[in-house]
Design a protein around this ligand. Structure first.
Ligand SMILES: *[C@@H]1O[C@H](CO)[C@@H](O)[C@H](O)[C@H]1NC(C)=O
Length: 256
């Protein structure tokens, strides 16, 4: 009798433990916070739809999602996602291109949030939750303090070492040329063929139009554009197109 009771008690304990363990797995925080979960889902789906180019032309990150975007853009997941994209470029390079070695093989990079990061600026300025103040952003760019995105830095040199000419096409203004060059050199970039920035005439057109025009000029000069790496859809869309394009994550701002 006593033995059976003990067994039942033991069994009951085990069941309670199992139930507790289950509860634990289902809800690590021991408390289901429906509201928080809903926002997390909403904000992550907002983020992924920005990357998919379904959500366009946003001026600010939705207020409820600023924290979520900040967490992502400063997380190891952002780094892993970027590294993964760059690995795909490396893979593409091993089999893509029958380089002619005639000096006409070309590759295009964006500058901001592709070669160098604006995250230190946005950390101090609302992280996408405030409309971008271009004069304050440009004042920051003039300081030439943007850090390199290490995975792209490595790729930049790999591409250059293959004898492919590198063109940097950026929506930064022509007036920022000198601080931009300083910044790039300071963090390890050198040996690009041309840095194409927006002159006064180009400031009135959309970024996409400016960047397609820049590609058109290169193609007209006989360049074969094997690929583009950029963080904005406006850097990779439009004609003439590159043979392949690679999009890096960025859900802080949208340039059209
Ligand atoms: C934008 O930034 C500049 C320079 O930091 C500042 O003087 C100006 O008030 C800001 N404008 C807005 C609309 O916040």
């Amino acid at each position: 009798m006593a033995r059976e009771t003990l067994f039942l008690v033991a069994l009951a304990c085990l069941c309670i433990n199992l139930a507790a363990a289950d509860w634990n797995i289902l809800s690590p925080k021991w408390r289901f916070d429906a509201k928080q979960d809903t926002w997390k889902n909403y904000c992550e789906s907002w983020r992924i739809n920005v990357e998919l180019n379904n959500i366009r032309d946003f001026e600010v990150v939705p207020q409820e999602c600023v924290d979520h975007i900040k967490k992502y853009m400063t997380s190891s997941q952002y780094t892993a996602d970027s590294e993964r994209a760059i690995e795909e470029v490396t893979l593409y390079l091993t089999r893509c291109c029958t380089l002619k070695g005639d000096g006409k093989d070309a590759w295009i990079f964006d500058v901001d949030d592709t070669l160098i990061s604006t995250i230190p600026y946005f950390k101090k300025h609302g992280f996408g939750g405030e409309k971008v103040n271009s004069s304050s952003l440009e004042a920051w760019m003039e300081q030439s303090k943007a850090p390199a995105l290490d995975h792209t830095l490595k790729l930049f040199h790999e591409i250059k070492d293959r004898g492919i000419k590198i063109f940097l096409v950026s929506s930064r203004k022509e007036t920022l040329r000198s601080p931009t060059v300083d910044n790039l050199i300071n963090v390890g970039y050198h040996g690009w063929s041309s840095l194409i920035l927006r002159g006064l005439d180009d400031e009135y057109m959309h970024v996409e139009q400016f960047k397609t025009q820049a590609r058109k000029k290169l193609v007209d000069q006989g360049y074969r554009i094997w690929g583009i790496v950029g963080d904005q859809w406006s850097s990779i869309k439009g004609l003439p197109e590159a043979k392949r394009t690679f999009k890096l994550p960025n859900s802080i701002y949208y340039l059209s």
